[in-house]
Design a binder for this molecule. Sequence first.
Ligand SMILES: Nc1ncnc2c1ncn2[C@@H]1O[C@H](COP(=O)(O)OP(=O)(O)OP(=O)(O)O)[C@@H](O)[C@H]1O
Ligand SMILES: [Mg+2]
Length: 245
Amino acid sequence: MESPAIEIISLSFSYPDGVPALHDINLNVARGETVGIVGPNGAGKSTLLMHLNGVLRGKGTVRVMGLDVNDENARKIRRLVGLVFQDPEDQLFTPTVYEDVAFGPLQMRYPREEIDRRVRDALRTVGMEGFERRSSHHLSFGEKKRVSLATVLALDPEIIAFDEPTSNLDPCSREEFISYLMALPATKVIATHDLELVLQLCGHTILLSGGTIVTEGETRELLGDRALMEKHRLRVPLSLALGPR
Ligand SMILES: Nc1ncnc2c1ncn2[C@@H]1O[C@H](COP(=O)(O)OP(=O)(O)OP(=O)(O)O)[C@@H](O)[C@H]1O
Ligand SMILES: [Mg+2]
């Protein structure tokens, strides 16, 4: 039987200073699925995403495309799982936009023309063509956010984890980005407070709170549960509350 895209068994994690951030997480994501992760500030959403490609390692098992996330598989995992960080400053570290986006493909030792093509395509996708020679650090926050998406897209990973992908995008960029996501064949995990985005893109949603999965289920049902949403500092998305127009 084909392994799921993501399989997490009894994962717990505390930060080195002792702050417990995840407790007994169990999760399966099928290949090609788009899953939302919602929950209040400090719930552990970013922490959970960082376990998918081994940036963080907790107690328990994390498997992607049937491979254990461990030192031995680190290189393969990096190619399989792309993580778009919540803060683009964590993603961009070279002098120019071109070099930031080319960094992954260069590490994979693709031929020059292929690297150029990947950088061009990725930047076009996020609407940042023409910015190749600019310094990533002198871009606006939203522009940095788009370039950091491009750095992941340039590797064309099987699984992409998005941490707050739409924050600070202007409304048109946000819509463009959503249509692009819809067309992406990768398995997607999206941690966000943008509940309309979750409603639009994710068939299945996980509610994380206090480092544990409180519940998971069909997105409309979960996000439409007013008592559940309010208990966890969330709100029923407006378009769901108002019903179909
Ligand atoms: N580097 C760190 N060192 C110590 N504790 C941390 C660190 N990063 C996060 N935490 C703690 O771990 C918990 C989970 O944080 P995390 O960033 O995963 O939450 P989140 O759900 O992504 O929140 P947000 O919605 O604000 O992005 C919080 O209690 C936070 O204070
Ligand atoms: Mg976060």
